[in-house]
Ligand binder design. Sequence first.
Ligand SMILES: Cc1cc2nc3c(=O)[nH]c(=O)nc-3n(C[C@H](O)[C@H](O)[C@H](O)COP(=O)(O)OP(=O)(O)OC[C@H]3O[C@@H](n4cnc5c(N)ncnc54)[C@H](O)[C@@H]3O)c2cc1C
Length: 361
Amino acid sequence: MPLSIDANVPLAPRTTLELGGRARWLAHATSEAEVVEALDWAAGKAVPVAVLAGGSNTIIPDDGFPGLVLVPALRGLSFEDDRAGAVRVTVGAGEPWDALVQETVARDLAGLECLSGIPGSAGATPIQNVGAYGQEVSETVREVRVLRVRDRATETRTPTQCGFAYRDSAFKRDPGKVIVLSVTFALRRGGPPALRYGELIHALGEPPGSRGPSLAEVRAAVLALRRRKSMVFDPADPNHRSAGSFFTNPAVDTQTADAVAAQAVAEGLVASADEVPRYPTEDGRVKLAAGWLIERAGLAKGTRRGPVGLSTQHALALVHHGGGRTEDLLAFADEVRDAVRARFGVSLEREPRLLEALPNG
Ligand SMILES: Cc1cc2nc3c(=O)[nH]c(=O)nc-3n(C[C@H](O)[C@H](O)[C@H](O)COP(=O)(O)OP(=O)(O)OC[C@H]3O[C@@H](n4cnc5c(N)ncnc54)[C@H](O)[C@@H]3O)c2cc1C
């Protein structure tokens, strides 16, 4: 069946922010051949191409996209025991992420349990090295199969080639060069859950007897914690139109972190410097909590600017209340960033990406 291409498609309903304009054209590519067909079609018409998957980390401009929006909709899920005792789980880029996590937990495969409840597609998870509650996909990704836009060749990227870092990867640093077709994870059958995050450990409490919590218990605890912060996508939640965390937690040098802590004490924001959330990074820097900085810069949870604002449950989530425009959201994001910079001298980086054209042939 030839690839079907729809014209003039509203993109807002395809994103969790529910903002932005229309795509001139939109195609779901369900196979590698269809991805190539879509790229060739756009190149033949000399129109730009952009990739949009689950739309949970993408901001659509108000004037939409003037070319072809390609939705990687490749499906498929397979499990294979490998010689090292792990289970290789290969998933098509278009598979919904949380259904994959649920399935791996049901099969008692450890490695993705803390990433429960994150919206979007499996193929997008290597792009920003999706992470939560002390776990990141970089710990278990073994291969990422991609199609190079430049010459339409497929290749398999190793974890080293993926260049994973905190909410970052080579795919994100050098965007638009490849389309992810599938991802292979190595998971541990019967392995212990990752219990590294204080809030999660606390929520799990003392399990009965001496046994540790099961993967299913960890998944349930993560989902409950996320729900409380409006961090699962639930249309019944008044904070649901968001892209999750809007800014990444800034990594700063130790002097800057100490200066922020000293300032917070001097201004009476905290009683002691220990109360300022600070986490050492592997490269000797210090990660500050962006949500803490936003609130201490004077923007409380629930702050509103017309149709947009901060989530009432989580200062790091910018939300759209309906009837707004992307320009409202971006103006408010600038206000938040400026407030934090003016108060603490720390720059926040936006996490969700604007829908961008990739270099197509
Ligand atoms: C309520 C909520 C909670 C969230 N919580 C978290 C969290 O805890 N941790 C976290 O890391 N993220 C979180 N996110 C962000 C988001 O869910 C993830 O980044 C997710 O992986 C995005 O998937 P998606 O399919 O929606 O990607 P999209 O938004 O469609 O795309 C994201 C980017 O990846 C590119 N892309 C997508 N698929 C492909 C592909 N197959 N090939 C090439 N490029 C591709 C797109 O072009 C775009 O640049 C949250 C979002 C929401 C709304």
